[in-house]
Design a protein around this ligand. Structure first.
Ligand SMILES: Nc1nc2c(ncn2[C@@H]2O[C@H](COP(=O)(O)OP(=O)(O)O)[C@@H](O)[C@H]2O)c(=O)[nH]1
Ligand SMILES: [Mg+2]
Length: 302
């Protein structure tokens, strides 16, 4: 290991926000030193961290609720990390800017680490990058890492798979979005949160979600990220659920599956330049692109 990376890792352990950001960037950019960092992350503190997924439609209050959870966990003396996956661009994304501002309250707290990752403009590798960011944060002593995703696209669902347990956040007034999510998502999550309990219509959504949760053996919570009601119950409930899942061997199983997804992601990332150069070398023209792709793969294998 180079002295530079050794120093960087020591700084990450010493909780330097700058070092944490740099370590994540090195891994995300596929820098040659990435391997050394990833290897160091095979560490007991990473094993022990709780990776908490928070997903749901945009506007449900995931970021605001995450901030409320952070406040709760911080008060209990825990160090917390947040990896926010944002579908918008990292430069001009309004949602991201909104997140940044809302998270600002914690920006001066050295025991809260926040990293946003854009999905736009990415050809792949989101699981690899998000997984690495989560582990760097855990390595820096975050006992809880929140992984916030907008549960719409395929990439986001893959990211949900990186968490030890996941809460689906919905809110009144999102009607159709909630309907669209119900079917596929409830199967993938461990808890359902009806946020914006302070808003009209919350009771009806809560009743609906309670019934859905009961039917599928999941827990339902009702929160207001704004006035704080239900937040302690949710925060403690999620930790208790994590403990139960871990005791049942489910956390170990999920981490194994998450690791597969990350390896697949890395493999595809590493393969991409090779595929591109083969396609360029063979310069296929005309015909079925899928058949041409198969021909390229056959050529690569031969
Ligand atoms: N009334 C009310 N508004 C909320 C609550 N939680 C979030 N909001 C507001 O809903 C909007 C979207 O919140 P945000 O956290 O960005 O949602 P996200 O897209 O799911 O991350 C913001 O204007 C928040 O202030 C809540 O519990 N009650
Ligand atoms: Mg958000």
């Amino acid at each position: 290991m180079t002295a530079e990376i050794q120093t960087l890792l020591a700084e990450v352990r010493a909780r330097s926000p700058r070092a944490i950001g740099r370590a994540i960037s090195i891994v995300e950019d596929g820098d040659p030193a990435a391997g050394e960092i990833l290897e160091a992350l095979e560490h007991p503190s990473v094993e022990e961290a709780i990776v908490l997924g928070v997903t749901g439609p945009g506007g449900a209050g995931k970021s605001t609720l995450t901030q409320a959870l952070i406040t709760h966990y911080r008060a209990a003396g825990r160090r917390v990390g947040v990896v926010a996956i944002d579908p918008s661009s990292s430069v001009s994304g309004g949602a991201l800017l909104g997140d940044r501002i809302r998270m600002m309250r914690h920006a001066v707290d050295e025991d809260v680490v926040i990293r946003s990752m854009a999905t736009r403009g990415r050809t792949g590798g989101l699981c690899a990058a998000a997984g690495a960011a989560v582990r760097v944060m855990a390595y820096s002593g975050c006992g809880i890492v929140v992984l916030e995703t907008v549960g719409v696209g395929q990439a986001d669902l893959q990211v949900v798979g990186l968490a030890d347990l996941t809460a689906l956040v919905v809110a009144p007034g999102l009607g159709d979005d909630v309907q669209a999510m119900k079917a596929g998502l409830i199967e993938l999550v461990d808890a359902i949160v009806v946020n914006k309990a302070d808003q009209p219509g919350a009771d009806a959504v809560a009743a609906l979600m309670q019934a859905l949760a009961e039917a599928s053996g999941r827990k339902a919570y009702c929160t207001s990220a704004v006035d704080g009601r239900g937040v302690p119950e949710l925060a403690d409930g999620l930790v208790a659920l994590y403990e139960a899942l871990r005791e049942g061997g489910r956390v170990a199983e999920r981490r194994r599956n998450a690791r597969y997804a990350e390896v697949i992601d890395w493999a595809l990332e590493l393969l991409r330049p090779e595929v591109v150069s083969w396609v360029e070398a063979l310069h296929p023209r005309g015909g079925d692109p899928r058949a041409l792709a198969r021909a390229v793969i056959a050529k690569m294998r031969s």
